[in-house]
Design a protein around this ligand. Structure first.
Ligand SMILES: Nc1ncnc2c1ncn2[C@@H]1O[C@H](COP(=O)(O)OP(=O)(O)OP(=O)(O)O)[C@@H](O)[C@H]1O
Ligand SMILES: [Mg+2]
Length: 321
C-alpha cells in the first residue's frame, strides 16, 4: 500500500465539493512596522484573477510598502499576505516568474543597453529573444535597443522598466507609479497592454497619483491614508460612499421636471442633483413622466471621490497612526 503525505493545497473546496481558485492576492489584517514606525495598519483586501486594483493615497500612505509585502520582499509584522493561495514572503523565490514588478524608482545599470537589460531579466524568467525584440519595438525602443541606458531619456527608461515588468506575461502584475515620466501615448499604450493581460487572467495592482488616467481601467480602488485602508470598492461603490452628487443637465428643460412630485425635490438651478443610489429611479421618472430629448448625466470623477473620502486626513500632516 502506498504512503500518502498530507499537503496543504492552496485550493479550498466549496460546499459542492468542487475546487475554488483562491484570489490572486489576499491580504488579511496586514500590519508592517519599520522599527517603531507603523507603515501599514491592519490592511485587508483581495484581488481576483483578471481584476485591476488601483492603489491610491498621499505620499507616505504606505502604497510602495504594500506592494513590497505582496511581492514578498518584506514580511508583514502581523497578519497574512498570500499570493495564489500561498504565503507571499515564504514563496517569493518561486513566485518570481509569475509576478511582474515595476519599482517606483526604476534604475538599471546604465552601462548596459536596453536589449541587454531585457535579455538579463528574460534569462531569469525563461523568456525568448523574439518576445524581447517585439516588446522593444512595441514600446518604441527598437531604434535605441543597443544604446547604453545612460543615453536614454527618463521616459525611455520608464518604458524599459514597464517592458521588463510584463516580460514573462505574469499572472500578477505590480506597478508602482508606472506612468511617471511617460508621455500620453505611452501611458495609453501601457493601459492597453494591461487590459490584454487582464483578459488573460492577470491580477493587476497599480499604485498611482494620476487618478484621471487610471479611472477608466480599474475594477476596484484601495484608498490608503496613513497606513490604513480608508476606502475600498469600485468607482460606483466609492461614489455611493462619498457625499458627492450625480447631476443631470438638460439641453431643453421640460417644465414638468420642476413640478413632478418625485423629481422636484432634486431640482435646483436648471439641474437635477441626487445621490448616486437614486440614479435609476430618477432616470425612470424622467423618461416615463416628462418629455426629455437630450440630457447629460455627470457622475463624480475619481479625483473628486478621492478628495471627498480622504477628507481631513489628506489635509493634515502625515503622522504616526
Ligand atoms: N525602509 C524604510 N524604513 C523606515 N521607514 C520607511 C521605509 N520605507 C518606507 N518608510 C516609511 O513608511 C511610510 C510609507 O512609505 P511608502 O514608501 O510605502 O509610501 P508611499 O505611499 O509609497 O508614498 P509615495 O506616494 O511618496 O511613493 C513613509 O512614512 C516612509 O517614510
Ligand atoms: Mg511609493
Amino acid at each position: 500500500m502506498g504512503q500518502y503525505t498530507a499537503v496543504n493545497l492552496p485550493f479550498e473546496q466549496d460546499n459542492t465539493g468542487s475546487m475554488m481558485v483562491p484570489p490572486s492576492i489576499k491580504l488579511t489584517d496586514v500590519s508592517l512596522k519599520y522599527n517603531d514606525f507603523t507603515a501599514l495598519n491592519n490592511v485587508s483586501f483581495e484581488v481576483k484573477a483578471g481584476q485591476t486594483m488601483a492603489l491610491l493615497g498621499h505620499n507616505g500612505a504606505g502604497k510602495s510598502s504594500l506592494i513590497k509585502v505582496i511581492l514578498g520582499l518584506i514580511s508583514p509584522t502581523s497578519g497574512n499576505a498570500e499570493v495564489m493561495g500561498q504565503s507571499a514572503y515564504a514563496n517569493h523565490q518561486q513566485n518570481r516568474v509569475d509576478i511582474g514588478y515595476l519599482p517606483e524608482d526604476v534604475s538599471f545599470y546604465d552601462k548596459l543597453s536596453g536589449r541587454e537589460v531585457l535579455s538579463y531579466f528574460g534569462a531569469l524568467k525563461g523568456v525568448s529573444q523574439s518576445r524581447i525584440e517585439s516588446l522593444l519595438e512595441e514600446f518604441g525602443l527598437g531604434y535605441a535597443q543597443h544604446r547604453q541606458l545612460k543615453t536614454y531619456s527618463k521616459g525611455m527608461k520608464q518604458r524599459l522598466g514597464v517592458a521588463q515588468a510584463i516580460l514573462s506575461e505574469p499572472k500578477i502584475l505590480l506597478l508602482d507609479e508606472p506612468t511617471v515620466g511617460l508621455d500620453p501615448l505611452a501611458s495609453q499604450f501601457l493601459y492597453g497592454k494591461i487590459n490584454q493581460l487582464k483578459q488573460a487572467g492577470c491580477a493587476v495592482v497599480i499604485s498611482t497619483h494620476e487618478l484621471s488616467l487610471v479611472e477608466s481601467h480599474l475594477d476596484i480602488a484601495l484608498i490608503m491614508a496613513k497606513g490604513k485602508r480608508q476606502a475600498l470598492g469600485s468607482c460606483s461603490e466609492l461614489s455611493k460612499a462619498s457625499a458627492l452628487k450625480v447631476t443631470i443637465s438638460f439641453n431643453e428643460l421640460d417644465e414638468r421636471v420642476k413640478t413632478n412630485a418625485y423629481l422636484q425635490s432634486f431640482y435646483q438651478d436648471g439641474l437635477l442633483q441626487f445621490e448616486s443610489a437614486r440614479k435609476a429611479d430618477i432616470v425612470k421618472h424622467l423618461v416615463s413622466q416628462c418629455q426629455i430629448f437630450d440630457f447629460e448625466i455627470k457622475e463624480p470623477r475619481l479625483e473628486d471621490i478621492y478628495h471627498d473620502l480622504m477628507g481631513q486626513s489628506l489635509r493634515s500632516p502625515v503622522e504616526q497612526p
